[in-house]
Design a protein around this ligand. Structure first.
Ligand code: PLP
Length: 374
């Protein structure tokens, strides 16, 4: 028996998505660019998949371009915004707690002469909308702000950022990394007021290797890949029909009660975990599926291993930062002992209160058998 509580890292593919992918690979295998019947059937399916995902995201199908992952979407949004603003300026604003898929391309731009302002979160893991408003300048070409932080579960003020940009008559585009938010918290790109928004399939029970990019209608964006002109000329490459089928099926299979179920299990987990000796709550998370805790003095890598030995899987932070201290927890200014003992727990719609209890019991046992470091 295993207990998987690292759903912010990735999720198991749901049966509906696996079935849809299998069928697309074995029956609907035509190339959507081919003019004969099975090609055209595949093209019609791609149109359907786009309509399904756009409907769940709350945008027009033509505002959605399929990508290979969240990292690709984040990189593309940044590149597109910089190109869009190349005659306006070289100032970019982001937060200190973005995913590395945003921070690393921005670091590369900084090396090319861009000035990047990193907004710091407060102790609770929230960036201030006022700080964003104060940082805006006439030469700001991009604000990139995530909606849900992947390690803390905190919601960031993206809609307020859009309003601040508008109020300041700032030419900046607004990009939102909504990889952890899609289907977990209610939003539409239009309500948020963003120009570009990134989602990824493997966080919502679609397979790895598929994502989508929202590009506001009317926004002129440079293509990411040139070639056969697929994806309305924005991202050439033969459409990965199996992944697209799976993404659409996962969207359809995600029921509207899923966030409420995850929130209930998380609330139960927070209560159970509060009884673990010495445990500190780092972030209860605003989103229903993520929270962060610490066992000060117990190195998180050790905790992850000890839990894994008991068949329980949680994360010491973002899976993309293996072995390195997380910049997100570091940005909270936590004391060193607390910082070294952080764990991220993330739930799926199938997570149960019994699983949360088993995690709390295992952590209690670990604190009884291991000696905390000073
Ligand atoms: N952005 C956030 C907030 C994430 O949590 C992740 C993945 O963990 C990514 C971007 C990258 O997405 P992908 O794994 O699809 O490249």
């Amino acid at each position: 028996m295993s207990i998987y509580l690292d759903n912010a890292a990735t999720t198991p593919v749901c049966p509906q998505a696996a079935k849809a992918a299998y069928e697309a690979m074995t029956e609907g295998y035509g190339n959507p660019s081919s003019g004969y019947a099975i090609g055209q059937a595949a093209a019609a399916k791609v149109k359907e998949y786009r309509a399904v995902v756009a409907d769940r995201l709350g945008c027009l199908p033509e505002e959605l371009t399929f990508t290979s992952c969240g990292t690709e979407g984040d990189n593309w949004a940044i590149r597109a915004a910089v190109e869009h603003g190349k005659r306006t300026g070289k100032h970019i604003i982001t937060t200190a707690i973005e995913h590395s898929a945003v921070l690393e391309p921005l670091r590369a731009l900084a090396a090319q002469g861009y000035e990047v302002t990193h907004l710091k979160p407060d102790k609770s893991g929230h960036v201030s909308a006022q700080a964003l408003a104060d940082a805006l300048r006439p030469d700001t070409v991009l604000v990139s702000m995530m909606l849900v932080n992947n390690e803390l579960g905190t919601l960031q003020p993206v809609a307020e950022a859009a309003r601040a940009i508008k109020a300041a008559h700032c030419p900046s585009l607004l990009h939102c990394d909504a990889v952890q938010a899609f289907l977990k918290v209610p939003f539409t790109p239009k309500e948020l007021g963003v120009d570009l928004l990134t989602i990824s399939g493997h966080k919502i029970r679609a397979p790895k290797g598929i994502g989508a990019q929202y590009i506001r209608k009317g926004l002129d964006v440079k293509p990411l890949l040139l070639g056969g002109g697929q994806e309305n000329g924005l991202r050439s490459g033969t459409e990965p029909t199996a992944q697209l089928a799976a993404l659409a099926a996962a969207c359809e299979a995600w029921d509207t009660n899923a966030p409420a179920r995850m929130a209930a299990v998380k609330a139960h987990a927070l209560t159970a975990l509060s009884a673990v000796p010495g445990l500190e709550m780092i972030s209860p998370g605003d989103a229903p599926h993520i929270c962060a805790i610490s066992l000060p003095g117990y190195p998180s890598e050790m905790l992850v291993r000890d839990l894994s030995d008991r068949g329980i899987y949680v994360s010491s932070g973002s899976a993309c930062h293996k072995g390195k201290p997380s910049h997100v927890f570091a940005a909270l200014g936590l004391p060193k002992r607390t910082l070294m003992g952080v764990l991220r727990i993330s739930f799926s719609p199938d997570s149960t209160c019994e699983e949360a209890d088993a995690l709390a019991a295992a952590l209690t046992e670990i604190t009884q058998t291991r000696i905390a470091m000073r």
